[in-house]
Design a protein around this ligand. Structure first.
Ligand SMILES: [Mg+2]
Length: 267
């Protein structure tokens, strides 16, 4: 544990921040108190803030609008989602013009359409060259059956992230990783993962951190936000405003560089 560290002093040790959203800036439609002010203070110190979410539900424009509603200024370039990076990964692997079955919402679907992937939404069809799994509250057994058949039939399995839970205002909901686990078990295949802590997302964030000296990663989830930051050699900051409790934080190995109650303690 590094509880003796002064959060304000620590905030002066980095000039760029990969900032998670769910459980850090808000929970659902509920703002985490003090987060906008902390982001403003960090920016006033010259810290470059990139908002980075594994949640592929919304588009970048929608995240920008949501942040604005909470009093956080952000441009398109400041927000990176697993949906956007998933499109970059599939484009790089030659899936433009090919078909995919997609579990997920606008964020991932619109991104794939923008690079020319043809979405197969016919519930009776298992013909696809890729299956892309994200978080989807409408996921059900028949979809699990359909995409598992498609993967066994030769479709390559991708996932936006492997997060087991999602911090909703009233508690933890099953995340995309829970959906993915059922499909991996049923299909016998392991997915290629895009989001934090996996390299596609981490490298996409790093590409936007041009000219900075020291980067920190702040998030509420150790196995994605902090593991991703640590894999890049960045400082790691855990907030307790999301999925991780104090006792879970105390037991983390490796320990985060800093643990704070919320983003309000930074800056
Ligand atoms: Mg989070």
């Amino acid at each position: 544990m590094t509880a003796a560290l002064d959060p304000a002093a620590f905030s002066g040790s980095f000039d760029a921040l990969m900032c998670d959203l769910d459980g850090v800036v808000y929970r659902g439609d509920r703002l985490i108190e003090g987060a906008p002010q902390a982001i403003r203070r960090l920016r006033e110190r010259g810290v470059r803030v990139i908002f980075c979410t594994n949640n592929s539900r919304s588009t970048v424009d929608e995240y920008v609008a949501k942040l604005a509603r909470f009093g956080v200024d952000a441009h398109d370039d400041d927000v990176l989602t697993s949906g956007v990076v998933t499109s970059e990964v599939l484009a790089a692997q030659g899936y433009s013009g090919k078909s995919a079955i997609v579990i997920g919402d606008r964020g991932v679907r619109e991104g794939l359409v923008s690079i020319g992937v043809v979405l197969n939404d016919d519930p009776a069809s298992i013909c696809a060259e890729a299956v892309v799994v994200g978080w989807d509250v409408n996921f059900d057994y028949s979809t699990m059956r359909r995409v598992s058949d498609a993967v066994r039939n030769g479709a390559k399995l991708f996932a936006t992230n492997r997060d087991s839970t999602f911090p909703a205002p009233e508690g933890l909901w099953p995340g995309a990783g829970a959906i993915l686990a059922s499909i991996e078990v049923a299909s016998g295949q392991t997915a290629e993962i895009v989001g934090k802590p996996y390299p596609p997302m981490m490298e996409a964030v790093a590409r936007r951190m041009v000219g900075v000296r020291r980067i920190a990663a702040v998030g509420d989830r150790a196995d994605s936000d902090l593991a991703g930051g640590a894999s890049m050699g960045w400082a790691t900051i855990l907030v307790l405003s999301g999925v991780t409790t104090r006792s879970e934080a105390d037991a983390l190995q490796p320990a985060p560089d800093l643990v704070v109650e919320s983003l309000a303690d930074l800056g």
